[in-house]
Design a protein around this ligand. Sequence first.
Ligand SMILES: C[S@@+](CC[C@H](N)C(=O)[O-])C[C@H]1O[C@@H](n2cnc3c(N)ncnc32)[C@H](O)[C@@H]1O
Ligand SMILES: [Zn+2]
Length: 144
Amino acid sequence: MALVIRRSRIHGDGVYTTAVIRKGAAVVEYTGPRLTNAEADALYEHSPRTYLFGLINGSRVIDGDGIAAFINHSCDPNCEADEVRGQVLIFARRRIAPGEELAYDYNLYDGDRHDTAACFCGARKCRGSMYSPTELARRQKPRR
Ligand SMILES: C[S@@+](CC[C@H](N)C(=O)[O-])C[C@H]1O[C@@H](n2cnc3c(N)ncnc32)[C@H](O)[C@@H]1O
Ligand SMILES: [Zn+2]
């Protein structure tokens, strides 16, 4: 895939395609070492930005070391991330034109309860946070 990193209107740097990507195509793998949650917490404790991708079993995260780690979050994304046998791939949800920024829904689910993970994706239906709808609903409930 012809992907480049450029300044993004969403946040910092983002990933753009210079060629058409067809709907359903596997665009790029989210590569990097697998860390335990404790290792990742220690590494990114004081960082407002992380390059972590949580794996399904919940005990490990990928510390992104490739171009996929620069893909920003959108609440109305053109890509989606899928884990296939321990490998995380980014797929196109629709045809993507040259010059478009790639984005997927981070659907964040953990983190500090007071951290809103504010979203600046600019989508008409932006939910205002990179947390998943389920996580946001959970946070609405009073704690015992
Ligand atoms: C994997 S990095 C993405 C690349 C990042 N833009 C950069 O320049 O390094 C993830 C971080 O980017 C930021 N980010 C990504 N999408 C965002 C969004 N829609 N709104 C606000 N911040 C975003 C957050 O700080 C997040 O922790
Ligand atoms: Zn948003």
